[in-house]
Design a protein around this ligand. Sequence first.
Ligand code: BV8
Ligand code: ZN
Length: 281
Amino acid sequence: MSLFRQTLSSSKHIIAITGAGLSAASGIPTFRGAGGMWRKYDALMLATMAAFRDSPSRVWQFYHYRREMALKAQPNDAHMTLARFSIPHLRDKVAPGSTFTLITQNVDGLSTKAFELISSTQEMASAEEPHSTILEMHGRIFDVVCTGYNCRYREENRDSPICPALQGTEALVEAGAMEPDIPLSDLPRCRKCGELARPGVVWFGEVPHHMDEIFRLVDEADLCLVVGTSSTVHPAATLASKVKEHGGKVAVFNVDRSKRDEVADFLFLGPCEKTLPEAIG
Ligand code: BV8
Ligand code: ZN
């Protein structure tokens, strides 16, 4: 820990790459942990455009199930620690003038909620303190996007349920009951043009958001925190190795050993809602 604290105090450009393990303590199952019927379907299969074309009703039930869980979830100590760490004058264990950016694979919006909670309690210092950002590279589960080619309208929609036809299907799904085949006309529609809407997340085979900025941040990072991710999904899985390649340090926070351990300079084994506050809180 003292060696890590030394590294932390001499770091100028810090990034965190976070995954589903960050939200586990908030009651959101990790990607391989989804309950009910989703055990039958590999989430990797449902998080694709092909699955959506094949059965928009099933894919919308999957995302409705996860929306309803995320709506009930609160940020945990790990989210709050990262949010406090994002405010320069609260980041007292690192060099003055340091920068921090949170790059999250999660779509649940809990990191944003934590940042909003912390910012509201801090009279934000004058503008010269660059307020760090969160880059949601896999999109946001509460965004809906139009599937119409010449529309693509995107808006945030936190309605519960997002449409009457999906009401209660999460309970059916949990019970592994027969999955209702909801007609296209009853699924979420674009508010502007009426076309079928899709969840505003990045599916497998689609290009993650903010990649240019992420690669630039990775190139200048001297410390990369890898929190609660199995590092199986690309390109997120390779970012820590890139930091390492140009001499940056890597600290992994995970309950289990994971693929990134071989590049880790520091490995904090345990629940990140405990280990992260200890390490950077
Ligand atoms: C792209 C949004 C090009 C949707 C997600 C072969 C065939 C086809 C495709 C590929 C292929 N090989 C590589 C690919 C590319 C593919 C990919 O990586 N496939 C994998 C499966 C092999 N990737 C893509 O298609 C990406 N696009 O590559 O475009 C490109 C590349 C570069 C630049 C430009 C363009 C798009 C991928 C995005 C997919 N969308 N999410 C949705 O959420 O429904 S990914 C989704 O799965 C999640 O967002 C999350 O990122 C991921 C799951 O990973 P984790 O977050 O790590 O979660 P997981 O459950 O796996 O692990 C949890 C970890 O937490 C565990 O390690 C556990 O031990 C730990 N943990 C648990 N509790 C705690 C804890 N740790 C600490 N504390 C705790 N309490
Ligand atoms: Zn539209």
